[in-house]
Design a protein around this ligand. Structure first.
Ligand SMILES: O=C(O)[C@@H](O)C(=O)COP(=O)(O)O
Ligand SMILES: [Zn+2]
Length: 210
């Protein structure tokens, strides 16, 4: 796929997320791995609904700006995750409503904020480790995500939002949408007698995915 097409796909998918309410204002950022150890990142302060292909930031692996506008203040954590996990080729960070609400709850299990109650959550994401709260843009988020980048595809940033990886941009967006839907169901089911999937059921889904 040409680099221009990758930029167009990013602009279109970001707009689609924005138009469907997954992101508001200037919140969130998206990136993907380009060829030659370079990375495409959304510019800082930009609305995901109004990106322009020519404005997207192109960075080298040290974070030097090669093309486009000043990158997201979270580009440090995006680059740290790419460096640590070669299977991660795209990253979506959102403040989507239900996942962000979940991120604000006290006493979440740091190893997994959502226990599986649907197969698709297991097949797409599986578990949701929690990164403690740090100021947005702080190097501690990058350090924690880098340390845990091989622990899963998605991470909840406490009191902030979510970070989701994919094998490509379409996969990362699909994983994010599934995760947001799962968090929404979790709130809808609050106080109900939920039947969680058993360990055997979860393992069966994971084994079929291999
Ligand atoms: O929450 C924040 O401030 C950032 O994590 C964010 O979502 C938007 O920052 P930029 O990508 O620098 O606009
Ligand atoms: Zn954020």
């Amino acid at each position: 796929m040409s680099e221009q097409q990758q930029k167009i796909d990013l602009v279109n998918l970001a707009r689609s997320l924005f138009e469907r309410g997954y992101s508001v204002g200037g919140a969130g950022n998206i990136s993907l791995r380009l060829s030659g150890n370079r990375f495409l990142v959304t510019p800082t302060g930009s609305s995901l609904g109004r990106l322009k292909a020519e404005d997207l930031s192109v960075l080298d692996s040290d974070g030097n700006l090669l093309e486009g506008k000043k990158p997201s203040k979270e580009s440090v954590f995006h680059l740290a995750m790419y460096q640590r996990n070669p299977a991660c080729n795209a990253i979506v960070h959102l403040h989507s409503t239900y996942l962000t609400a979940l991120s604000c709850l006290d006493n979440l299990d740091p190893s997994n904020a959502i226990n599986a109650f649907t197969p698709y959550y297991v097949m797409r994401v599986g578990k949701l480790p929690v990164i403690p709260y740090y100021r947005p843009g702080s190097p501690e988020i990058a350090r924690e995500l880098s340390e845990r980048a091989l622990d899963g595809k998605a991470f909840l940033l406490a009191n902030h939002g979510v970070v989701v990886c994919g094998s490509d941009l379409f996969d990362a967006v699909d994983n994010t949408e599934e995760l947001e839907e799962t968090a929404k169901l979790m709130f809808l089911l609050k106080g109900q007698n939920v039947r969680y999937l058993t360990d055997d059921e979860v393992n069966d889904l994971k084994n079929r995915g291999k």
